[in-house]
Design a protein around this ligand. Structure first.
Ligand SMILES: CC(C)(COP(=O)(O)OP(=O)(O)OC[C@H]1O[C@@H](n2cnc3c(N)ncnc32)[C@H](O)[C@@H]1OP(=O)(O)O)[C@@H](O)C(=O)NCCC(=O)NCCS
Length: 129
């Protein structure tokens, strides 16, 4: 996937970066972006596990470019691996300036989620046969 050609699929989440999400330098705060990525991965994890799940690890977090106030931010999350109770979900965030037709990849990382039972303990992602 090119860094300049936006993914040809629906994003898991799409939002607008607002002034309240900036760091002291005026760019969008990295923690805000990571939380959006976590939300996107969590949505896919809960759908896959058909229930509650929690983040246990984040690998390979990379910030390629800054995000500016007013950018449209799209989060693309897809399952990479399903284990017994864990799921690896790769997430990319893309920015598009409000008046531009093209976008740029701004961050990516792989989130590991664990499917949880009603007591908050790890459970199989898929029902055991
Ligand atoms: C999620 C939690 C219940 C798992 O409990 P645990 O005792 O560590 O569970 P296990 O040791 O059985 O491991 C569960 C799975 O996570 C995987 N795992 C554990 N540590 C990991 C790590 N550092 N990186 C990647 N995967 C990991 C294990 O390999 C296992 O996967 P599998 O079942 O597919 O083989 C517990 O770690 C927890 O509550 N963590 C806090 C979660 C949280 O608050 N997240 C932030 C807010 S959502």
């Amino acid at each position: 996937m090119s860094d300049e050609t936006m993914p040809d699929c629906s994003p898991t989440i799409r939002t607008i970066a607002m002034p309240a999400d900036t760091n002291p330098a005026g760019d969008i705060f990295g923690g805000w972006l990571m939380s959006q990525m976590d939300l996107a991965a969590g949505s896919i994890a809960s759908l896959t596990a058909r229930g509650r799940s929690a983040t246990i690890a984040v690998e390979g977090m990379k910030f390629h470019r800054p995000v500016k106030v007013g950018d449209e931010v799209s989060l693309y999350a897809e399952i990479e691996r399903i284990g017994r109770s864990s799921m690896d979900i790769h997430v990319e965030a893309w920015r598009r300036e409000r008046d531009s037709e093209t976008g740029q990849k701004v961050t990516e990382a792989t989130f590991t989620f664990v499917a949880l039972d009603e007591n908050g303990k790890a459970r199989p992602v898929k029902p055991e046969a």
